[in-house]
Every structure is written in structure tokens, then in C-alpha cells.
Design a protein around this ligand. Structure first.
Ligand code: 5AD
Ligand code: SF4
Length: 375
């Protein structure tokens, strides 16, 4: 019996697929080279933009024929997209041949769902918001890099973003569990880099009792003996403290590479996005990083065409990119997500305008990279 996992979206999903792989192998499944030779196909989905969801619908739909020829094939769809009830229901309606549709919080019970399908039942399990699961190991698949989840969820409710709805509120893992996992990774001597994951790593530990700061976690990890580099993502500018910047500057193990999504360079849009910082505040953080960590790589995410964004306001994003001279950026066209505040705003921007803006921003990035000799 063989399994095949198709992963969409961010590093968190890549890492959760490593957990799914471990669950499958514990059930006795082996890793398949492709979908055709698999007895169990899992789609670990992403809901961040409409495009990601369209791809999932297309690729799941394409399995109809395979299932007809191979009735014992089990097809499962899980992850952020199916954490939303409406999408999960639509998935089941459109594709009655799909056996398992579950959300992000149900992943630890995956083996039980597979067993239930084999016993003749179809499953639909969703919403239950659970604690971080510490019981299931990972089958690490990212070469010399080991992902380590330190927290899940997000409390920020940026108005465009679906994440708080599908990942729940911020929950941090206990520091001792994180340190134990990292000690074990280092002892294996197979990994050169450890990457800490969380939707908002800088607010790590605020929900713990007693609280632990992200800066302390970083220091404690660096104190673990061994030859490894440490990286983390993603940081929210509002929570990146001076203390964290100091720790990055001081600790040799930490990569001098910060991903600090700005999203927009215009204060009115930042406010409408509920980002809780201004352009000026963001620039002051960049200045601090440049001063304390010379040659630090800085990267960012931007959304263009947020509802009501005018041409002048978009120009502010262009000028921010010009001013910061990022090493690299990701630029996304705004995609309305059902249930979010921004999706209900008047004055959604036409696709053509969004395309023009995203192309202009990426062209500017290329120009800067060339000028500055950046990677
Ligand atoms: N539309 C477009 N881009 C989005 N992002 C998050 N939500 C949306 C959306 N609705 C982008 C942000 C975030 C990155 C992971 O995805 O830039 O930082
Ligand atoms: Fe989404 Fe904002 Fe949370 Fe990031 S910080 S996951 S963009 S709500």
C-alpha cells in the first residue's frame, strides 16, 4: 500500500505534510513516486488566495477517472481550504468520490479517518479548534533543513487574510518541548539549518504561563551546542522588538535574513488592512535592522489592488520598495476571501489594474536587484 501527498501553500503546510507522511507510514503505507501508483492520495490545501483554491478543485476533479478504475483508492482533502465549512461542503458536493474532507485541526486523527473509510464510512469532520499536537513525529523531507513549528494560529485579523479563520487563535508550544525537539534534530547531525515556523513568530510565548519572549526562545536555542544555522518566519513588523533585533545581531547561529512583510507603503491602506503600523514606523524598524545588522538580507510581501487602493496609494508602495531596496519581494494581487472584512469593502479593484500594478512592482524589484547586485 502506498501514499502520495500533494502539498499547496506555505512552509507550515509543507511541514504538516511531513506529519501526514509519518502518520501514513505508521499505518503501514509506503511513499509512492506518483499519484498513479498510490492507494491513498492526500491533498494538503491552502486558502490564502483564490488561485490556490482553484488549483485544488482542478486537481482533485481530475482524479474522478482514476477512482473509477481503482475503487479502493482513498482520496483525502485536508488543510486550510477545507477548514472552511462552505468550501468543505462544496468539495463533497462537487466530488462525491472524495472520501475524506477534514480541516487543519483534525489532522492528528487522520489515521482514524482512513480506517473508518476502509470500514465503509465517509467522513466529514471540521471546525473543532484543538491544541497543538505533540504526539505525532515528522518524516522530515526538506533535505538539510529541519522545520520546527513553534506556534500556530494568528490573532491579528489583517482585514484581507483568511488565516485567523482557518488556523484559529495563536497557540504557542511549550518552550521545553521546542528545545527538546531541536536537541534531537541537532543530535541526528543530518541537518545544517533549523527553520522555526509560525504565522507570527514574534508573538511567540505571549499565551504561555509564564510568558516566554521570542528573544528568549532564540537565545535558548542558540545555546544548544552543535553546528547549525537558525532561521525563522514569518515576522509581523508590529511585534519585532529591539530585543529580537539585538539577538539576531549577536548570535552567530542566526541567519542574517529577515522576512518582514510590509504589505503596503501607504498609511491609509495599512490602516484599512489593520496592520497596526505606519510606513514611518516600518521604515524605522528597517533602519534599526540596517544599523545593528549590516548586510542583513531583508525581504517582504506586498499586496497590490487592495479594495479602494488608488494609483497614488500604489505609488507609495513602489516608493517604499525603492527606498528599502529589498533583497527580494513577493508581490500578490489582492484576492477577496469569503468572511474577511476586506472582501465586503466597496470599490474592489479590477483585475486588469491589479495585474498592471503587480507587474510594475516586480519590474521595480528586478531593477533594484540588478542595480544593487542582490540575489
Ligand atoms: N490576497 C492576496 N494576498 C494575500 N496574502 C494574504 N492574504 C491575501 C489575500 N487575500 C499574502 C500576504 C501574506 C502572504 C503570505 O500572502 O502578503 O504576507
Ligand atoms: Fe494573515 Fe495578518 Fe495573521 Fe499574517 S499577521 S497570518 S497576514 S492575519
Amino acid at each position: 500500500m502506498k501514499y502520495y501527498i500533494v502539498t499547496y501553500g506555505c512552509q507550515m503546510n509543507v511541514h504538516e505534510s511531513e506529519k501526514l507522511a509519518a502518520i501514513c507510514e505508521k499505518m503501514g503505507y509506503e511513499c509512492a513516486e506518483n499519484k498513479e501508483e498510490a492507494d491513498l492520495i492526500i491533498f494538503n490545501t491552502c486558502a490564502i488566495r483564490e488561485g490556490a483554491e482553484d488549483r485544488v478543485f482542478g486537481n482533485v476533479g481530475a482524479l474522478k477517472r482514476m477512482k473509477k478504475e481503482k475503487p479502493n483508492l482513498i482520496i483525502a482533502v485536508c488543510g486550510c481550504m477545507t477548514q472552511k465549512q462552505t468550501t468543505a461542503e462544496l468539495m463533497l458536493r462537487r466530488f462525491p468520490f472524495v472520501d475524506i474532507v477534514i480541516g487543519t485541526f483534525n489532522l492528528p486523527n487522520f489515521a482514524a479517518y482512513v480506517e473508518a473509510v476502509k470500514a465503509g464510512r465517509r467522513q466529514l469532520e471540521l471546525y473543532e479548534e484543538g491544541d497543538i499536537d505533540e504526539t505525532i513525529p515528522y518524516k522530515r523531507t526538506s533535505g538539510e533543513n529541519a522545520w520546527v513549528n513553534i506556534m500556530q494560529g494568528c490573532n491579528n485579523f489583517c482585514t484581507y487574510c483568511i488565516v485567523p479563520y482557518v488556523r484559529g487563535r495563536e497557540k504557542s508550544r511549550k518552550e521545553e518541548n521546542i528545545l527538546k525537539e531541536i536537541r534531537e534534530i541537532v543530535a541526528e547531525k543530518k541537518y545544517k539549518q533549523i527553520t522555526l515556523l509560525g504565522q507570527n513568530v514574534n508573538s511567540y510565548g505571549k499565551d504561555l504561563n509564564p510568558q516566554v519572549s521570542f528573544a528568549k526562545l532564540l537565545k535558548d536555542i542558540c545555546a544548544i551546542e552543535g553546528d547549525f544555522k537558525l532561521w525563522f518566519m514569518t515576522s509581523h513588523p508590529k511585534d519585532l522588538t529591539d530585543e529580537v533585533i539585538d539577538v539576531i545581531a549577536k548570535e552567530d547561529k542566526i541567519l542574517k535574513d529577515i522576512h518582514l512583510p510590509a504589505q503596503s507603503g501607504n498609511n491609509r491602506i495599512l490602516k484599512a488592512m489593520n496592520r497596526v503600523y505606519t510606513r514611518e514606523k516600518y521604515l524605522s524598524i528597517i533602519e534599526k535592522i540596517r544599523e545593528k545588522i549590516p548586510n542583513c538580507r531583508i525581504t517582504s510581501d506586498f499586496i497590490v489592488g487592495f479594495p479602494t487602493e488608488t494609483e497614488e496609494e500604489f505609488e507609495d508602495t513602489m516608493s517604499l520598495v525603492e527606498q528599502v531596496k529589498y533583497d527580494s519581494i513577493f508581490a500578490f494581487m489582492y484576492s477577496p476571501r469569503e468572511g474577511t472584512v476586506a472582501s465586503k469593502m466597496a470599490d474592489q479593484i479590477p483585475l486588469e489594474t491589479k495585474k498592471k500594478r503587480v507587474n510594475a512592482l516586480l519590474a521595480l524589484e528586478k531593477k533594484i536587484q540588478k542595480q544593487e547586485g542582490k540575489r
